[in-house]
Design a protein around this ligand. Structure first.
Ligand code: ADP
Ligand code: MG
Length: 620
């Protein structure tokens, strides 16, 4: 029911506030909201106006235009028309360098670590600003269609978006005047839209296969008692309908004159997409797509389309297999398969899924373009406090931990841990009187931090000088519902503390994540050996340190021969440190340990007798 409020101070009508869900897509964006009358999610606008192309055209005077008008400018003004900006969001030039030729606009080749910028007619734009333009346009349309104000939204991102990309999405929302209530993974939103398992207590395991224009995501979800849990996610932020189009362009180029006019080359991109849509359903069975104008004579049939894009299709199926493996499930344990994204209209997507999940029917009842926005609207409704029957859980794609002595990775949050979450672990100093402790935060599956990715560091300073091993330093890792990591370190005896929010300048692409996982598997044996060697070396270094300190402080308790032998054993142990064989090091530790054990007893006796002596003196 619509409400009318009057602002008594200004005497004006207060517009009702609408909380929306936004699918900020690589190719298309869409807004949805939950209709208060029906309690059901709906997309905003009528057919034709609801799907807003995520394209921004910058006019001569530097004015941005978004949507269908901008999309038309792709051919006429390719250098000032930005498409697929989502692929650049939260990324550095280094991240996108390999794909740079694909963009028709100018991406600045700047310092490795900095976020990329785009240049149009001497003006510079960040992907955050451009995404904000798209979001502003969506906000404007939503407000004009509903007559309500839109200030709060849930925005979706691919499951593989890292912290930097999520943060950039949030910033874009802020720039567009939207309070982003939450960043939600697209597959999670899609499953919400289907509402699978919401009305029954029966547990269901669901695969969400999302192939859009620029990204591919596959997730395994478990839904029970209204609780959604993401068991695993896999995907590729550089794989989508665009890549299928590019294969068609390459296919055509083989038959076209080698030196093609640049302009002509660019228009092939749009023709390729049209051809794809035609052979994937627009045409009658076995009909061929043809195009001819003064420049080209082009043709495509479904059979050759399948052949030239089969490797891309295979890639998605491979990711799907990996996701199942991560979730420790076989295809026959899956209860539902959901398809999302415009590219799932390609017939072989459903065919391949149907043959893998022979026991169930692929779920495609909702419009694949709208599914994500509809789910985002449901989530927005939950966050606006209108529903209490749904809870959302997500998982971390890679393990998170800190570096300990010898460059070892000490995991605090294992990969695939449900978030939001908090993990705490205690550490101590390794050197007497240590007042600072550097905490380096890493992400990855390898045993050595050198092979993982550093996310950030914090320095805990002001630890009161104490003997090694005495300070109690608690390190806490917190991941919030958006997947942003905060690290806190606190020395419990003194109360000194420090914290950072990890917002890397740029993060990992899904390909990086995949590579890191594969590396960790193929190097597992070698990694364990290295870890054992590093551990032995660290233990030896600690031993040498302790023994040397003992000699300095308590030389009076030992004979000259004992001191000499101890030093010799220490040196012998030191010389084994450069060796790879951990057993040699461990043997050295044992020998030194055996030899010096009686010294500790002597120290104890001395301490006890001096304590007794003290008592005695006190009494007199
Ligand atoms: P994104 O999530 O990246 O914004 P969408 O889910 O909107 O993408 O999907 C856009 C992609 O879907 C485009 O690559 C488009 O070519 C493709 N697509 C849309 N309709 C069809 C169709 N009938 N057959 C094949 N691909 C299609
Ligand atoms: Mg999408």
């Amino acid at each position: 029911m619509a409400k009318i409020s009057i602002n008594i101070k200004s005497g004006t009508l207060e517009k009702e506030d609408l909380v929306v869900g936004i699918d900020l897509g690589t190719t298309n964006s869409i807004v949805a909201f939950v209709n208060p009358d029906t309690g059901k999610p709906e997309v905003l606008g009528k057919a034709g106006e609801l799907l807003v192309p995520s394209v921004v055209h910058i006019t001569h005077d530097g004015f941005p235009m978004v949507g269908n008008i901008a999309r038309q400018a792709l051919i006429t003004h390719p250098e000032s028309t930005i498409f697929s900006v989502k692929r650049l969001l939260g990324r550095s030039y280094k991240d996108v360098e390999a794909h740079a030729p694909y963009y028709t606009y100018r991406i600045l080749d700047e310092a490795d670590e900095k976020l990329v910028r785009i240049e149009v007619n001497g003006k510079y734009f960040t992907p955050i600003e451009l995404s904000a333009e798209i979001l502003s346009e969506l906000k404007r349309r939503a407000e004009s269609i509903t007559g309500k104000t839109v200030n709060r939204a849930v925005v979706t991102v691919p499951a593989y978006f890292n912290d930097s990309q999520r943060q950039a999405t949030r910033d874009a929302g802020k720039m567009a005047g939207l309070e982003v209530l939450r960043i939600v993974n697209e597959p999670t939103a899609a499953s919400l839209a289907y509402g699978l398992g919401l009305n029954s207590s029966e547990a269901k395991t669901i695969v969400v296969y999302d192939l859009g224009g620029g990204t591919f995501d596959v997730s395994v979800l478990r839904i029970e008692d209204g609780v959604f849990e993401v068991l695993s996610t896999q995907g590729d932020t550089y794989l989508g309908g665009d890549d299928f189009d590019r294969e068609i362009v390459n296919h055509w180029l083989k038959c076209l004159p080698e030196k093609l006019h640049l302009e002509a080359f660019k228009s092939l991109r749009l023709l390729a997409e049209e051809a794809k849509r035609q052979v994937c359903g627009g045409l009658l069975f076995e009909e061929m797509y043809t195009h001819s104008d003064e420049q080209f004579k082009l043709g495509l049939d479904y059979g050759s389309f399948e052949t030239i894009t089969l490797h891309l299709m295979d890639k998605t199926m491979h990711s799907l297999q990996m996701a199942l493996k991560d979730a420790k499930l076989t295809p026959d344990e899956i209860d539902e398969v959901v398809v999302v994204g415009g590219s799932t209209r390609m017939p072989f997507v459903k065919q391949r899924l149907a043959s893998l999940f022979g026991h169930i029917k692929v779920n495609d009842t909702l419009n694949p373009d709208e599914v994500v926005a509809l789910g985002a609207a449901v989530e927005a409704d939950v966050l606006a406090g209108n529903r209490s029957d749904i809870l959302l859980l997500d998982v971390t794609p890679l393990s998170l931990g800190i570096e300990t002595l010898g460059g070892l990775m000490d995991v605090l949050i294992p990969r695939n841990t449900k978030i939001p979450c908090k993990y705490v672990k205690s550490y101590t100093t390794s050197v007497d009187g240590q007042v600072n402790m550097g905490i380096n935060v890493y992400q990855g599956e390898r045993e050595l931090t050198a092979e993982n990715r550093k996310l950030g560091e914090l320095l805990l300073s002001g630890i009161p000088a104490m003997p090694a091993g005495l300070p109690k330093i608690e390190v806490a890792f917190l991941i919030n519902a958006d997947g942003i990591l905060t690290v806190e370190a606190k020395e419990l005896r003194s109360g000194v503390q420090q914290h950072i929010e990890i917002k890397p300048q740029y993060g990992l692409s899904d390909a990086d994540v995949e590579r890191m996982l594969l590396d960790s598997l193929s190097n597992a044996k070698e990694d364990v050996a290295k870890r054992m060697q590093v551990e032995a070396r660290t233990e030896a270094e600690q031993m040498i340190y302790t023994v040397t300190r003992f000699l300095e402080k308590n030389a009076v308790l030992l004979s000259d021969v004992e001191i000499k032998t101890t030093l010799e054993l220490c040196n012998a142990l030191k010389s084994t440190l450069t060796q790879l064989d951990k057993d040699t090091i461990l043997k050295g530790i044992d020998t030194l340990n055996e030899y010096t054990r009686p010294f500790a007893e002597r120290l104890m006796n001395k301490a006890v007798s001096s304590a007794l002596a003290g008592t005695h003196i006190d009494k007199i």
